[in-house]
Design a protein around this ligand. Structure first.
Ligand code: SF4
Length: 182
């Protein structure tokens, strides 16, 4: 079976998927690359919580550099866009391209993400960014729908069971300001 890298934005979004894949005995690892998250204290909090979750399920966990300046450059000119607009597409594409590069250089056959798990996100937009990132970096992106097949219920159950930290905004300073709720 293909070895997969799963890009995660946070513990509450990834917990159902991680439990499902672990239960199925899938060969996978979790990657945390989220330079969109601000402020840094919040970033550290989400990082620590995602690591705690992976430790519970004994899943390999990698975190990459925190690069808010690079992220700001990637979304420049779209700061005022509404959620699901061009700003979010660029944000997804940047993070997914980094995940694709990491996957390609570390022995993974494919990559995917939980960036579209929240009902506040546009799954088609995430898939479009993932497919583009895969094409640009030369590794296939798995567009599996992580919301279906009981995964939402599983996500809620694991959230409750592990009393995971749940933030009330997506991540970037603009989502915090406009109170976009994840
Ligand atoms: S709202 Fe979320 S997905 Fe959109 S740009 Fe901000 S952090 Fe990225």
């Amino acid at each position: 079976m293909a070895k997969m890298l799963l890009l995660s934005c946070c513990a509450p979004c990834s917990c159902g998927v991680i439990k499902k894949l672990s239960r199925e005995g899938r060969d996978f690892a979790v990657l945390f690359y989220n330079p969109n998250i601000a402020p840094e204290d919040e970033y550290k909090k989400r990082l620590a919580e995602n690591k705690r979750l992976c430790d519970v399920f004994k899943v390999p966990f990698y975190d990459l550099e925190y690069q808010p300046a690079l992220w700001a450059e990637a979304i420049k000119g779209c700061e005022k866009d509404a959620e699901r607009g061009e700003r979010c597409f660029r944000c997804f594409l940047m993070r997914l391209r980094r995940a694709a590069v990491f996957a390609k250089h570390n022995g993974f056959d494919t990559f995917s993400s939980v960036l579209g798990v929240s009902r506040h996100k546009d799954m088609d937009q995430v898939n479009k960014a993932g497919l583009m990132a895969g094409e640009l970096e030369g590794i296939p992106y798995d567009t599996f729908n992580w919301r279906k097949g009981g995964l939402e219920e599983l996500r809620r159950a694991v959230n409750k069971e592990l009393t995971l930290y749940n933030q009330n905004y997506c991540g970037c300073p603009y989502s915090k300001r406009s109170k976009d709720i994840e």
